[in-house]
Design a protein around this ligand. Structure first.
Ligand code: DON
Length: 584
């Protein structure tokens, strides 16, 4: 056990004073998991020589595959899928939220990322999400218009197209299918049909939302009913004609601000006018002869993923029995998530020790502290590098590979399922509640049970720390795996296990995606396990001191691998409606 420095001890006492509510039992997005199956059904691999799009909604996946067939590259297809899912998968696909895109281009050989995370409006302060008693107020950060971040998706998708599209398709070509679906409507099916009825109460708070998603009698649309979104079709048309100006300036922007302010938010036109997506150098890791291309902050995804992989590289996972492999995997998760809480935030505001956190030597120090026989309790783990400075201080993923070997991993979100549930009147745009991803107060958990400190405190124009982890794995410079997932705090551990299943366990992509997963996030000190593990393995973990909670399947890692036989996609079987669409 490492000695705690005073500031770290104070931070820990704050977070450990929290009630030990199992993550699975917390209210909020866990209850809105896109999962509908009690057990994990098998996944079906789909092979194609002409490229592949795997997305959570079938119409959008087909739109992307069609762009590939017509000679578009993976980025063109990603832009088309991104706009289409804003229409066909409104619980997470969006233009009113934000996300991250990781790109690999084959020629020239380039890897890059686009951070289109929402930012806090300039009027947000450190105290914006506190109640009058000084405690974190989850209503403010999750269910009020204060939670709305300045949307980044339109800027992000347009930047991707302008910088890395093939040049064969204009924005209007790629938005066209989304506009048609919004205008003409489509029947509710798949995960949309499963999730929409549960949202009746949230939509009935706002007449502008009820107009789109409820029937005139106030009840929810049902499976098979037609969902038409004419205002959204007009907004998308403005974007198709005027690019980012059609959204961040002019009538659409004015309507967004009017709706947000009517609902009690603090965003102003300047916030929209000033929004910028940011192209960032990817975070790069190396794992058993593979290159890991991942998101740097403002997502924690890449840092935490690479830190965990570095710790695990020191074990011969392929030869370990299942309980031993799970044990060291959980120990790696606990240590990396402890660092996440202490150090990570918007890189424009805090300087995180990224080099050290992703360093193999640091990983060895952490690995040396792992006892193979028993777990290290979370209260004995802390960020070892520097004290947190508290004294001063429903998502969806798609993966695309084209025939030329270009790849895109894209994860974007409104945070909760359907975000805040507020459609800005006259725009059709569902707004996010992303600002709950800030640490409203040091040690106060967000909706996913994640804690943080000064590095992730709310602040004007700041990006809240994300867990989204769109990732591309290269072997000898070529993509072999494209993956990512929704799931809040569970995103990064999901991506870890898809990589582990592919590289260490040598499972094909369908099995790698379908295999049951575990999750630990340092605090609370518990392992969430999906159904499907052998009871004796779970008993073995308990004997090593782990508090194991078996919960329903969660997260949805729509992934693609590139094999000698061609490109193979696997839609995660946990959720209805996802599709691996080959472009042959
Ligand atoms: O950025 C984040 O980490 C969260 N806002 C993601 C939310 C999420 O994944 C919800 N989906 N299941």
């Amino acid at each position: 056990m490492r000695a705690l420095r005073p500031a770290a001890a104070l931070f820990l006492s704050l977070v450990l004073a929290l009630p030990a509510v199992p993550v699975a039992a917390q209210s909020g997005p866990q209850l809105e998991s896109p999962t509908i199956h009690d057990r994990i059904p098998p996944a079906v691999p789909v092979a194609s020589k002409g490229g592949m799009v795997v997305a959570q909604e079938a119409r959008a996946a087909e739109i992307g595959a069609d762009i590939l067939r017509r000679g578009g590259n993976a980025v063109d297809a990603a832009v088309a899928v991104g706009f289409a899912m804003a229409v066909t998968y409104p619980r997470a696909g969006n233009i009113g939220g934000g996300g991250f895109m990781t790109i690999h281009l084959a020629a020239p050989n380039i890897q890059t990322t686009i951070d289109y995370r929402e930012t806090a409006p300039a009027a947000i302060t450190r105290d914006s999400f506190l109640a009058t008693d000084g405690e974190a107020d989850p209503f403010k950060s999750r269910h009020s218009a204060l939670a709305i971040g300045v949307p980044g998706t339109v800027a992000g998708l347009v930047m991707a197209l302008e910088r890395y599209g093939s040049g064969k398709f204009g924005l209007s070509d790629l938005i066209g299918p989304a506009i048609r679906l919004a205008r003409e409507g489509f029947p509710l099916d798949g995960d949309l049909a499963d999730s929409l009825p549960a949202m009746q109460e949230r939509f009935s708070r706002w007449p502008s939302s009820a107009k789109v998603f409820l029937k005139p009698d106030g009840t929810s649309l049902q499976p098979g009913d037609l969902l038409t979104q004419p205002d959204l079709a007009d907004t998308l048309t403005a974007i198709a004609r005027f690019g980012t100006k059609g959204f961040y300036h002019g009538p659409v922007a004015e309507r967004l601000i009017a709706a947000i302010r009517d609902a009690g938010g603090v965003m102003i036109l300047d916030d929209l006018n000033n929004y910028q997506a940011i192209e960032r150098e990817p975070l790069r890791g190396r794992y058993r002869d593979h290159d890991i291309i991942a998101m740097p902050p403002s997502s924690s995804g890449g840092v935490v993923l690479i830190e965990m992989l570095n710790i695990l590289e020191g074990y011969d996972l392929a030869r370990m029995d299942e309980a031993a492999r799970l044990h060291v995997t959980i120990e790696a998760m606990k240590r990396a998530y402890a660092d996440r809480a202490a150090f990570l935030g918007d890189p424009a505001m805090v300087e995180a020790p990224l080099g050290r956190l992703t360093d193999k030597g640091y990983a060895k120090e952490l690995r040396d502290g792992i006892d193979l026989k028993k777990t290290t309790p979370s209260d004995q783990l802390h960020a070892a590098l520097a004290p947190p400075r508290q004294e001063g201080d429903n998502t969806t993923h798609f993966s695309i590979v084209d025939a030329a070997g270009n790849a895109v991993a894209n994860t974007y979100t409104l945070n909760f399922s359907y975000g805040l549930g507020l459609v800005a009147d006259g725009t059709g745009v569902l707004l996010n509640n992303e600002l709950d991803d800030f640490a409203a107060k040091p040690g106060a958990p967000n909706a996913y049970g994640l804690v943080g400190g000064e590095a992730n405190a709310p602040g004007p124009s700041k990006r809240p720390l994300s867990s989204m982890t769109p990732t591309i794995v290269l072997k000898d410079g070529k993509p072999v795996l494209v993956t990512g997932s929704p799931g809040g705090s569970r995103i990064i551990t999901t991506v870890l296990q898809v990589i582990q299943n592919s590289i260490d366990r040598r499972l094909g992509i369908a099995a790698a995606v379908a295999a049951p997963r575990i999750h630990h996030q340092w605090l609370p000190d518990q392992v969430l396990a999906e159904p499907g593990f052998a009871p004796e393995v779970m008993r073995d973990l308990a004997a090593r001191g782990h508090h194991v909670v078996i919960g329903p399947p969660a997260t949805s890692a729509n992934s693609v691998t590139v094999t000698p036989e061609g490109v193979v996609g696997a839609a995660d079987p946990r959720t209805r409606g996802a599709l691996a669409a080959g472009a042959e």
